[in-house]
Design a protein around this ligand. Structure first.
Ligand SMILES: Nc1ncnc2c1ncn2[C@@H]1O[C@H](COP(=O)(O)OP(=O)(O)OP(=O)(O)O)[C@@H](O)[C@H]1O
Length: 305
């Protein structure tokens, strides 16, 4: 049974549909990413998973339980990252850990958790005096303190410097290695590519694609770009029939083609056949960034129209 199951979820605010038939399932032990432009409906979706919002239609299950009807039971298996405003600025790190541990029937021991998150030296510091990175680490600790089976992290590393971000990624990998399932909302492509086993790209309230990071990149049109300056002119008709070709561009004697690995191999064969040398040959693979822009492009055009 999947740990999280969302089926045909719908939610409107004041007659405006912001989640429009979202479905996905998260398996035990996965890091599952939700990626999408601003206002796509990501937070609304995960808030329905957390039982903080009541869906207008569709079905949500967390470990087989309904997060609204079985809120208390779901709260025991699901750890959620708090928002800044939800913690008293005067509370010390230790008090926050003890308080949140007291909410759960079998919490983790807070001292080793604080140690793992690099918070031991800050136990007597008040929340309001912590740096952005320290606050973020405390929120992660509080999401984990109840010893949850699944943890929901929304904008996990927003506001962190690159080092703190990398430390946090390593921590999330540790969390997963300990058997916890992770649902991660993120804006950062590098984060999604590095951490997630699978990603649902949500755009305008719908799942635009659901795949592994590598699978999403492969779907992107023109996922591989090859460019070179040929030693002699190439016939455009030969280029036009290259397999899986997405685009051809000529500029200042340089040719840039986008396609797949198959296109690249065919170009190399073509050049060899005509005994043409490719000067300054470059082959660049698409990133998740390219795939994301590609997947959400159609809607941007619609919006502009
Ligand atoms: N309580 C609310 N009342 C009315 N509209 C809301 C409410 N919460 C969210 N919205 C609107 O619903 C849409 C989806 O918001 P949501 O926060 O789910 O998007 P998101 O994908 O998480 O966006 P972001 O990446 O900007 O955080 C937005 O247009 C937002 O303004």
């Amino acid at each position: 049974m999947p740990v999280i199951e969302v089926t045909e979820l719908r939610k409107s605010y004041g007659g405006r549909t912001v989640v429009d038939g979202v479905s996905f399932a998260v398996e035990e032990g996965e890091i599952f990413g939700i990626l999408g432009p601003n206002g796509a409906g990501k937070t609304t979706t995960v808030e329905c998973v957390e039982g903080l919002r009541v869906p207008d239609a569709g079905r949500v299950r967390v470990t087989g339980l309904d997060p609204v009807a079985d809120h208390a039971r779901v709260a025991r298996v699901l750890g959620a990252q708090l928002q800044q405003s939800e913690l008293q600025p005067k509370l010390t790190v230790r008090e926050a850990l003890e308080l949140y541990a007291s909410f759960y029937p079998s919490p983790l021991d807070w001292a080793p958790l604080a140690e793992r998150l690099g918070l031991t030296a800050k136990l007597t510091t008040r929340f309001g005096k912590l740096s952005g990175g320290q606050k973020q680490r405390l929120f992660i600790a509080l999401a984990l303190i109840g010893n949850p089976r699944v943890v929901v992290l929304d904008e996990l590393t927003t506001g962190l410097d690159p080092r703190a971000r990398r430390d946090t990624w390593a921590l999330i990998e540790d969390v997963r290695a300990s058997g916890v399932t992770v649902l991660l909302v993120t804006h950062f492509m590098e984060e999604a590519q590095r951490l997630c086993d699978r990603i649902a790209v949500i755009d305008k309230g719908r799942v635009a694609a659901l795949d592994t990071p590598a699978g999403l990149i492969r779907r992107s049109a023109g996922a591989t770009v090859i460019s070179f300056t040929p030693s002699a002119p190439l016939d455009d008709r030969d280029l036009a029939v290259l397999p899986a070709l997405a685009s051809v561009e000529h500029k200042d004697g340089r040719i840039t083609l986008s396609g797949t690995d198959e296109t690249v191999n065919a170009v190399i064969t073509l050049l060899a056949r005509h005994r043409i040398t490719a000067h300054q040959l470059r082959v660049v693979d698409a990133t998740l960034d390219d795939a994301f822009l590609d997947l959400t492009k159609a809607d941007t055009k619609e919006e502009a129209a």
